[in-house]
Design a protein around this ligand. Structure first.
Ligand SMILES: [Zn+2]
Length: 271
């Protein structure tokens, strides 16, 4: 599953490294049952089987070769296989960006041989996120253990970001905390936003005030989501998702008192 699209002069390829699932009760923890069934039916979703795709993004800015969200547990070789399918050599990647420290967003950073999957890359994450996962009292010990095991050995290749601003030219960090304390989204070429886990599922666009059982700060995730949806609609930015199904990219438009998702089918650009 490869989706090719261009953002101005930037060449983008949306990869896929598999999927997992969870129940609607976990994903929409504060949703009233009756409203939830209607919301799920609208998108033909099954309450016990909400599928999460995992979609790493490759961006070639002309100057930098970037992977955003290198998920895919590369002990299984999924990320390397997806990159190979797209004709991308991991050794040519110079920038790796991780929106937050849940393992499904970075588990491809270590290859099957135990070595860094992107040996020549600078890795970027927010400092608040780095500190959160290394804190002794982290509320998600399973993810904290994975973070220590996979990312701590790459410490020397990490640049810890302090808030909003340029990561490399053309890619901009915008902090949107809540899902985790140092979660960021990434604005690309002034035309698109990689939304990370601020939008876990399309239902959140219809119901931005719902939150997941695993959102660390529920009030903040709702605030961040409303800010993100407002930004996407106001600036007509393409939303690039990590967990949505095909076509995985789209736009957000304003409706009566809210927002709606408009999926976008990209035409394959001329190379
Ligand atoms: Zn997450």
């Amino acid at each position: 599953m490869l989706t090719h699209f261009n953002l101005g002069d930037y060449r983008c390829v949306l990869l896929n490294v598999g999927c997992f699932d969870m129940s609607a009760g976990v994903l929409f923890a504060n949703a009233p049952a009756d409203v939830l069934s209607i919301a799920l039916a609208k998108h033909a979703l099954k309450p016990e089987l909400i599928v999460f795709q995992t979609n790493p993004l490759f961006v070639d800015t002309g100057v930098h070769r970037v992977v955003i969200e290198p998920g895919g547990t590369d002990e299984t070789g999924r990320l390397s296989a997806a990159l190979a399918e797209a004709g991308i050599d991991p050794a040519t990647i110079d920038t790796v960006i991780i929106t937050h420290g849940h393992a499904d967003h970075y588990s491809g950073c270590i290859g099957a041989d135990g070595h860094p999957a992107f040996p020549d890359a600078s890795h970027f994450i927010q400092r608040a996120e780095w500190d959160h996962w290394l804190a002794p009292d982290n509320p998600e010990p399973h993810h904290a253990e994975a973070f220590r095991r996979m990312l701590l050995p790459l410490h020397d290749s990490f640049t810890l970001l302090d808030g909003d601003g340029e990561i490399v030219p053309g890619l901009e960090a915008i902090c949107m905390a809540g899902h985790s304390p140092g979660h960021m989204v990434v604005k690309i070429a002034g035309q698109a936003v990689h939304v990370g886990d601020v939008l876990l599922n399309v239902v959140y666009i219809d119901h931005p005030d719902w939150y997941a059982a695993f959102d660390v700060w529920p009030d903040q995730v709702v605030e961040s989501r409303r800010r993100l949806l407002g930004l996407l609609a106001e600036e007509d930015l393409l939303a690039v998702t990590y967990h949505f199904p095909q076509p995985r990219i789209g736009r957000v438009t304003v409706t009566d008192g809210g927002w709606q998702w408009v999926p976008e089918e990209p035409s394959r650009p001329a190379v």
